[in-house]
Design a protein around this ligand. Structure first.
Ligand code: SF4
Length: 352
């Protein structure tokens, strides 16, 4: 039988395990420091623990349960891992370098059940949720790609899967990062993305930690959003905006709205006006993500002039707008693309 992942345990749970072995609870912080701070991959290397405790750890847990199936490196410093889990399922995670920032993007599910029509991650449907340890493991894998003096500065939970559909495992994984012995990464540097599940947005709002929220809107009206993001049919934009407003009121954190710009589908001046109408007066920021045309699906990049006008309309309406820079253009950077390629499926997606 395979051993459990040590990173499935919170700091308190690990301290309780130490106590049950007749050890002092502070040993949990020492163990975590070796794993998170000193990037050690083997209990035997934890030299300030007794040989007996190291032996018990090795008999009880593993630090990694996954293998790296593929490792791609882009010329711009972006690195992407295809991580193979114990059951042979695969998920992707990415490290992006920009100035002093070392941002990672992690997955929360194997596949995705939301079915957004322009996304490679959803093409094979949802296989399963990731455990807390499997989420932490991606963070540790990416952290170990950095040189000794560099650390992860930001996390975006925007990889494969709908993060709010696996909220308990995700919150436990993120919580462990700013507990003693963890990475020391503040929740303010972590952004959780969602297609917009109102009840879960409210749960996150009241969780008591200042995570950032990014809502993937992609369309300014329900008719178009129902086509692009099918799960919208049972939710509706109004319910999402109302939950996001509550998130802002509760946390004081400005909500980001993500909008994949699909050439000829959602990038007209009319749609920009409609979008501005939705967000004007809200403490919101819109992040436009030009589609990556790597596709046989009927989606392509917006024309530069259309994108320019789209931005202009939003800015003239007073909505703070940014256009996301493309990272990892020379690798399979689109979310889910590497996994699909590996599975022998023709990829067709953008980076989410
Ligand atoms: S865009 Fe996000 S929510 Fe939509 S199918 Fe892809 S991973 Fe799922």
């Amino acid at each position: 039988m395979s051993l459990p992942l040590i990173c499935d345990l919170s700091r308190d749970e690990l301290a309780a395990w130490c106590q049950a072995q007749g050890e002092e609870t502070y040993r949990a912080d020492q163990i975590r420091k070796w794993i998170f701070g000193k990037r050690v991959n083997d209990f035997e290397a934890m030299t300030d623990l007794s040989a007996g405790l190291r032996h018990k750890l090795a008999e009880s847990f593993v630090i990694f349960s996954s293998d790296i199936a593929r490792h791609q490196k882009s010329k711009d410093g972006t690195e992407k891992l295809l991580v193979e889990l114990r059951d042979s399922e695969k998920v992707e995670c990415v490290l992006m370098r920009e100035d002093d920032r070392r941002t990672i993007c992690i997955s929360t599910q194997v596949g995705c059940g939301m079915g957004c029509v322009f996304c490679a991650s959803g093409l094979l449907g949802l296989s399963r949720n990731l455990s807390t340890g499997e989420i932490v493991e991606q963070i540790l894998r990416l952290d170990r790609l950095l040189p000794p003096l560099e650390r992860i500065t930001n996390i975006v939970v925007m990889g494969m899967g709908e993060p709010l559909a696996n909220l308990p495992s995700l919150l436990k994984a993120l919580g462990t990062l700013d507990e003693k012995g963890g990475l020391g990464l503040s929740p303010r540097r972590i952004t959780i993305s969602t297609v917009g599940l109102p009840e879960k947005i409210r749960e996150l709002a009241h969780f008591g930690k200042p995570y950032n929220l990014a809502v993937s809107l992609h369309a300014p009206n329900d008719a178009l959003r129902n086509e692009l993001v099918p799960v919208n049919k049972t939710i509706g934009i109004e319910a999402i905006l109302s939950a996001a407003d509550e998130f802002f009121e509760q946390t004081g954190r400005r909500v980001t709205y993500e909008y994949v710009v699909l050439g000829g589908r959602n990038d007209s001046v009319e749609e920009a006006r409609e979008l501005a109408g939705l967000l004007r007066g809200r403490n919101a920021h819109i992040n436009l993500i030009p589609m990556n045309a790597v596709s046989e699906l009927p989606f392509h990049d917006p024309e530069a002039e259309c994108l320019r006008k789209f931005v202009e309309v939003l800015e003239q309406s007073g909505v703070t707008t940014t256009v996301r820079k493309r990272k990892g253009a020379d690798i399979d950077a689109a979310c889910g693309q590497l996994r699909l390629r590996n599975a022998g499926v023709q990829a067709s997606a953008r980076d989410v």
